[in-house]
Design a protein around this ligand. Structure first.
Ligand SMILES: NC(=O)c1ccc[n+]([C@@H]2O[C@H](COP(=O)([O-])OP(=O)(O)OC[C@H]3O[C@@H](n4cnc5c(N)ncnc54)[C@H](OP(=O)(O)O)[C@@H]3O)[C@@H](O)[C@H]2O)c1
Length: 281
């Protein structure tokens, strides 16, 4: 699927909906993100047992009928639900919670015990009914992705009907995918959706990153996000429930980093020199 400048930075929603005490401020945060221009929201049936999807549904209702069509809405099916029938049931439940008629992108959250053809068959049936527009995977390294793509080919899917996205952990502190997965995605024209792009907030503690960002008059989060989405067909989905941080993160989509800054970042966070196991959170 084609991401554009307005979907380069999306909103993550993991850990939203976990407490009744914070739900109204989380709904407001989602509304704020859409109001200031976010056009991509990432969620999953797993997050707070569906409550994150429910909060997004409430925010979209408050925003009014035109909000949904302007958004790219992404959700994920748990591996334990990834049988053909299970994928369909899980998607229907996600859509009920979201109060939406379709998902733009539906991902297998990670590989489980169901065979890939069973899951893909579920995605195809959902597409036939107009319940999802695109499908993809998450937490897939090169070998699994190749097997997944081979299965799609065997099932007769054309490139435009095949997986569009792999959502993986990618941040300055988790660069392992640059060794082979990221080049593979680029070759296969599969989008990279970077999760935990500011390392769940941990990167903010890095002194070197903070100093480099300050020298550029931007924040460490903005530098980390601008770096994460520096290549075409790559988007990042930072999560925040703070309106000011949502704005701060959004502004990073307009930053471009000089070769000197990229070199300084390579110095602080060296790129991989060998294959490493795919990092997951
Ligand atoms: N597919 C998968 O297996 C998978 C795994 C993990 C995550 N994800 C997706 O990716 C999204 C993002 O990942 P994540 O939530 O793990 O981590 P993240 O986006 O890297 O970091 C989120 C954390 O950083 C804080 N934060 C956000 N913006 C900040 C800023 N500008 N300055 C300082 N702190 C900031 C947030 O706190 P506040 O909310 O208080 O601002 C939160 O604690 C998730 O929400 C989820 O949608 C997918």
């Amino acid at each position: 699927m084609n991401f554009n400048s307005r979907t380069k930075i999306g909103l993550g929603t993991w850990r939203m909906g976990e407490s009744a005490m914070t739900q109204s401020s989380e709904i407001e945060a989602i509304e704020h993100a859409v109001t200031i221009g976010y056009r991509l929201i990432d969620t999953a049936e797993m997050y707070a047992n569906g409550q994150a999807e429910t909060l997004i549904g409430k925010a979209l209702k408050n925003l009014g009928p035109s909000a949904r069509s302007s958004l790219t809405l992404v959700s994920k099916v748990l591996p334990s639900n990834a049988s053909t029938h299970g994928v369909i049931k899980a998607c229907e439940a996600s859509l009920r919670r979201l109060g939406c008629e379709y998902l733009d992108l539906y991902l297998l959250h990670w590989k489980g015990s169901y065979t890939f053809d069973q899951t893909i068959e579920g995605f195809l049936k959902l597409k036939d009914r107009g319940l999802i527009k695109h499908h993809g995977v998450s937490n897939f390294d090169v070998s699994d992705l190749k097997k997944w793509s081979d299965t799609e080919k065997l099932m007769g899917l054309t490139p435009s009907e095949s997986s569009t996205t792999n959502q993986v952990y990618y941040s300055l502190s988790a660069r392992g995918i640059e060794f082979d997965l990221a080049p593979h995605l680029a070759r296969e024209k599969i989008s990279l959706m970077a999760y935990s792009p500011i390392d769940a907030g941990e990167l903010m503690r890095n002194k070197g990153l903070g100093m480099l960002a300050a020298s550029l008059n931007i924040t460490a989060a903005q530098l980390a996000l601008a770096w994460a989405v520096r290549h075409a067909n790559t988007v990042a989905i930072p999560k925040s429930v703070s309106k000011s941080r949502i704005e701060e993160n959004w502004a990073s989509k307009d930053l471009s980093l000089s070769p000197q800054t990229l070199a300084a970042l390579d110095n602080l966070f060296p790129p991989p020199r060998a294959k490493t196991r795919l990092a997951v959170i």
